[in-house]
Design a protein around this ligand. Structure first.
Ligand code: GLA
Ligand code: ZN
Length: 683
């Protein structure tokens, strides 16, 4: 199903969604509580509730015996109050009777231990029986509710994750490998460099998934296993969505991702859903809120970029989580700010886990809209209702798009490659954090950024930043070359261009296949102990270099800075090469923040990347834009703890949140957001 550009995600419900996970089946024997829910959902300004996520045993209490009566009543009641259902398929938690009768659905871990029934999110993703049951269940749900006016969106399963190493999965893995390597074992052996330690396979049956008891040293195999886990999860999702797409072709499908969950490649999984959604649980007030905000902004941008269209924040907490190291309350104002932050980055919803706190089990202390006290007269409920009221004012935002002049490449397969490496330092590879460090200067400047992977097109960006792109996946070197040649600006760092898509090292000097584009050769990498440092002397300034320093030679590139210490003093620390119509920068060291901030500030000026406001922003304030066909929304957010005045050169319009006309400057309280709508000037 295609989401049309600039149109709301839901044609017949052109609103921002507000609501969240609602688990009335936990309260089935207390109808007075459920009555209260339906009294209070409108009071909280909620319009969309995610239901049925963990309801399998209620729907099918014993094999083949179904009972949809309770779900019917919840669907009807949602409709009766004008709310919509984000209707889940219940595969995220299997019933105990099913595990007992069909133990093949239980997972086997990498130590080849069969797991017992318990917890959730742990079915075997190959089991034909489980797949059949899921398909049957989903077919029943789709048939039953296809014409129900409350049905808005399918929420398949919950937070797909994990892997299974049972015999069925081993067989599926081998079949997947046969396809990948054209039924040619020699091709696999070549890709795996398998003569190493006599690891050559002479029959397909010898290939097994990685295990702490078995293989971990053949990196090509480990990488392929991770790819398989994503592919098998995608295949499982296809099995789930087949009846939904067939019976309800006009109802979009989503599944809730987990931010930058490292074990799945979301750029692959995104193909299986119509709308991206993700669950967002930052640890606010755990130190530096400005940093937390920028790091979360990166994750929002990643999720938006997966499909380059608006996404949904499917879960967040209205107050606290129950699983952080310290579960601190959101300070007054933070709930509004962090909720609108999602919208600023492209979310068309603010959804929560969960509506009402559970009475028992492990999530009984997780924040919820309705606390155990059971009424609406709480700080959290008031905060939630206020967010709902704000979202109503922002309805015109629904469907608007984000356009970004900058892309940061954050590639999952590259992450796997870096994670597996033996070498460098053990504990500070920090690939995600490095990408976030390169992202932060743009966030501070109020410049929109896409967070993409190696499979995405590059031509629309003025600047592409690819930190630690250790692995150049198939075709990537050529793609980067073309990008620079045709006028793009590309930034690489230390530890880049070392390996290909099979994790085989590039021969002929790093960065593999791109030496002439960067005009450098990276000969060695120095890993520093935490107490070590070097200096990069760039212009009049000297920056601390930590963790990794590449020893590079200029082969045509202009040297913009050199190392200041140690035996490689005087060797290039920063270079720029003109290639074709573009430029390629190589940063040969990891810095501690100051350098990236100066470097990208200059680059933004050079490339005339327009910031939303046209002026520098005060510390703690950021600005992001969403576009419509004939105008744009400028979100200004103050994550700082003091009032600030923001000067606005580029913007004038109306702040949709308070109706005030804004021109020249704007005062923002601590934690305040303004959303200014501006009509396009040329109209
Ligand atoms: C995840 C799950 C929810 C709930 C929350 C708690 O996001 O999807 O069911 O467990 O975590 O934070
Ligand atoms: Zn399995």
């Amino acid at each position: 199903m295609k989401i049309k550009e600039y149109e709301p995600l839901f044609q017949d419900f052109p609103h921002l969604l507000h609501g969240g996970d609602y688990n009335p089946d936990q309260w089935r024997d207390m109808p007075e509580i459920i009555n209260e829910d339906f009294r209070m959902i409108p009071l909280a300004n909620c319009n969309a509730m995610s239901i049925n996520i963990f309801s399998w045993v209620m729907l099918e209490p014993s094999e083949g015996k179904y009972d949809f009566s309770f779900l019917d009543s919840i669907m009807d009641r949602l409709h009766s109050i004008g709310a919509k259902a984000v209707l889940a398929t219940p595969s995220g938690a299997k019933p105990a009777w099913m595990s007992k009768a069909h133990p093949e659905i239980l997972r086997t871990n990498s130590r080849r231990e069969k797991e017992l029934h318990g917890l959730r999110h742990n079915h075997c993703f190959t089991s034909p029986y489980y797949r059949k049951k899921v398909r049957e269940m989903n077919e029943k749900l789709a048939e039953r509710y296809k014409d129900h006016p409350a049905l808005l969106l399918w929420h398949v399963s919950n937070e797909y994750s994990g892997e299974c190493h049972c015999p069925l999965c081993q067989e599926a893995f081998r079949n997947w490998l046969k396809k990948r390597y054209h039924n040619n074992l020699q091709e696999l052996n070549t890709a795996y460099w398998s003569a190493f330690w006599s690891h050559t396979y002479t029959d397909w049956s010898q290939v097994e998934s990685p295990s702490p008891l078995g293989e971990t040293a053949v990196h090509g195999l480990v990488l392929d296993w991770k790819r398989f886990v994503t592919a098998q999860t995608a295949d499982f999702i296809r099995n789930e969505t087949e009846p939904l797409k067939r019976i309800t072709p006009n109802v979009p499908v989503t599944t809730n991702f987990m931010g930058t969950y490292p074990e799945l490649n979301y750029f692959e999984l995104q193909k299986e859903v119509d709308i991206i959604s993700w669950d967002n649980y930052p640890a606010w007030h755990s130190g530096n809120d400005e940093k937390t905000a920028a790091d979360i902004a990166f994750v929002h941008d990643f999720n938006r970029s997966l499909k380059d269209q608006p996404f949904l924040m499917m879960e967040s907490t209205p107050s606290v989580t129950n699983w952080h190291e310290v579960n601190k309350l959101k300070r007054p104002g933070m709930h509004m700010l962090s909720s609108l932050q999602a919208v600023a980055h492209g979310s068309d919803s603010v959804q929560y886990f969960q509506w009402r706190k559970s009475r028992g089990c492990s999530e009984k202390l997780h924040g919820a809209v309705v606390d155990h006290c059971g009424h609406e007269h709480t700080r959290v409920f008031r905060d939630v209702a206020a967010v709902g009221a704000a979202l109503k004012k922002l309805d015109p935002v629904a469907g608007s798009r984000v356009s970004a002049p900058v892309a940061v490449i954050f590639d999952r397969e590259n992450d796997w490659g870096i994670g597996m490496l033996q070498g460098l330092s053990k504990h500070n590879r920090n690939y995600l954090e490095t990408c976030q460090n390169h992202y932060r200067p743009f966030w501070r400047a109020g410049v929109n950024v896409d967070v993409i992977d190696s499979t995405c097109p590059l031509q629309k960006y003025k600047l592409v930043v690819a930190p630690m792109l250790y692995m150049l996946r198939e075709g990537m070197a050529e793609k980067l070359r073309d990008y620079v040649k045709s006028g793009g600006t590309l930034v690489f760092t230390y530890v880049s261009g070392w390996a290909d898509q099979s994790d085989l090292c590039c021969l002929g000097g790093f960065p593999g296949g791109l030496r002439d584009v960067f005009g450098i050769w990276a000969e060695e990498t120095d890993s520093l102990y935490p107490e070590d440092s070097n200096r990069a002397v760039i212009g009049q300034k000297s920056y601390r270099a930590v963790d990794y320093c590449d020893l590079i030679h200029a082969e045509g590139a202009e040297v913009l800075g050199v190392f200041g210490e140690d035996f490689y003093k005087g060797m290039p620390a920063l270079t720029c090469n003109h290639y074709g119509a573009g430029k390629a920068y190589y940063i040969a060291f990891r810095d501690t923040g100051d350098f990236l901030s100066d470097f990208y500030k200059k680059l933004m000026d050079d490339l005339q990347l327009s910031t939303a406001t046209g002026e520098a922003l005060p510390i703690g304030v950021t600005a992001h834009t969403r576009e419509t066909r004939d105008g744009r929304f400028v979100f200004l957010e103050n994550f700082g703890d003091t009032e600030v005045t923001v000067s606005l050169k580029n913007i004038s319009g109306k702040n949709l949140l308070n109706g005030n006309t804004v021109e020249k400057e704007l005062t923002l309280n601590s934690y305040e957001t303004a959303v200014i709508y501006e009509k396009s000037k040329q109209e």
